[in-house]
Design a protein around this ligand. Structure first.
Ligand code: SAH
Length: 273
């Protein structure tokens, strides 16, 4: 399970924090580190702070965007020191690790995303995540050093993995199937759901439901809905099929409307028939 967990650090400013994160991960048996557009580089300080975990630094994957970092993941959790505008599913580190332990054995890839030292993750970045995790700190001083936050989350992941490896020890509930039954299709990856969300957004623009001038939180709320449902690959395909049909029908409707008599008599006849 621990091998299927990816730690993602966004725009990290201090190389020492990247090194300390690698050490924290290796202590707990995690190995996959992805750096999204890092401001710091993997320098001598990072290597020193990593102690003997420098192989994690050498194998770190560097990408430009958070979406790239998580595209192939099936469950993505964002960490935050404070609560944000729209409520989002919120887990404790222990609940997060229990859920990871429940879904990782079915081959699901998991990402835990950590933010900038100065201002954490943006709301847009947090909305790309299925759930958020808050380490319960003193309310008046809630922000941990990012590498220490990675240490705590990795520790909980390790505890859950150890519980999973102990037959008959179901104390954390980690042996449960996520839906109480073996599922028939694999969970959709973040990239699959993202593709569907872009398709949905385009369809809502086409049919005039989404006003690009006042989008408000519509797409965030719809994303939250679909992410909460934990769609499988077949469900994503069905939804995309529906969207494609709506777009086709709409285009045909627009074309036939524009070829109808401009006085609209025909339309009136249809609605009263
Ligand atoms: N000042 C920022 C906090 C940045 S701390 C803010 O107010 O958002 C850097 C990162 O460490 C955070 O983005 C988060 O990934 C992690 N972190 C720090 N404290 C945390 C906490 N209490 N719970 C969960 N993650 C935390």
């Amino acid at each position: 399970m621990l091998a299927d967990i990816r730690i993602v650090m966004v725009n990290t400013t201090h190389s020492g924090n990247i090194g300390a994160a690698a050490r924290a991960m290796k202590n707990m048996g995690l190995a996959q580190l992805t750096l999204v557009d890092p401001i710091a580089c993997i320098d001598d300080e990072a290597i020193q702070r990593a102690s003997r975990a420098d192989e994690i630094l050498h194998n770190a994957v560097i990408v430009d965007t958070l979406e790239e970092a998580i595209a192939d993941c099936h469950w993505v959790v964002g960490t935050s020191a404070r609560s944000r505008h729209i409520p989002w599913p919120l887990l404790t580190p222990r609940q997060c690790a229990a859920k990871a332990a429940a879904i990782a054995p079915q081959g699901n890839r998991i990402a835990v995303v950590f933010g900038r030292e100065s201002r954490g993750l943006t709301n847009e970045e947090l909305h790309l995540c299925h759930a958020h995790v808050h380490i319960p700190t003193d309310e008046n001083f809630s922000s941990l050093n990012v590498a220490q936050a990675i240490q705590l989350i990795s520790y909980e992941m390790r505890l859950a993995a150890l519980a999973l490896a102990t037959p008959g020890d179901d104390a954390t509930g980690t042996m449960d199937q996520p839906w109480g039954v073996e599922w028939d299709h694999p969970l959709a990856s973040h990239g699959d759901v993202n593709g569907m969300m872009l398709h949905l957004e385009q369809t809502l623009l086409d049919i005039g439901f989404l006003d690009p001038n006042t989008p408000k939180q519509l797409m965030s709320r719809l994303r939250r809905l679909f992410q909460r449902a934990a769609l499988d690959t077949t469900e994503v395909n069905i939804l995309r099929g529906i969207l494609a049909t709506v777009q086709r029908q709409h285009t045909q409707g627009v074309v036939s409307d524009s070829t109808q008599a401009p006085n609209g008599d025909e339309q009136h006849d249809q609605t009263t028939a």
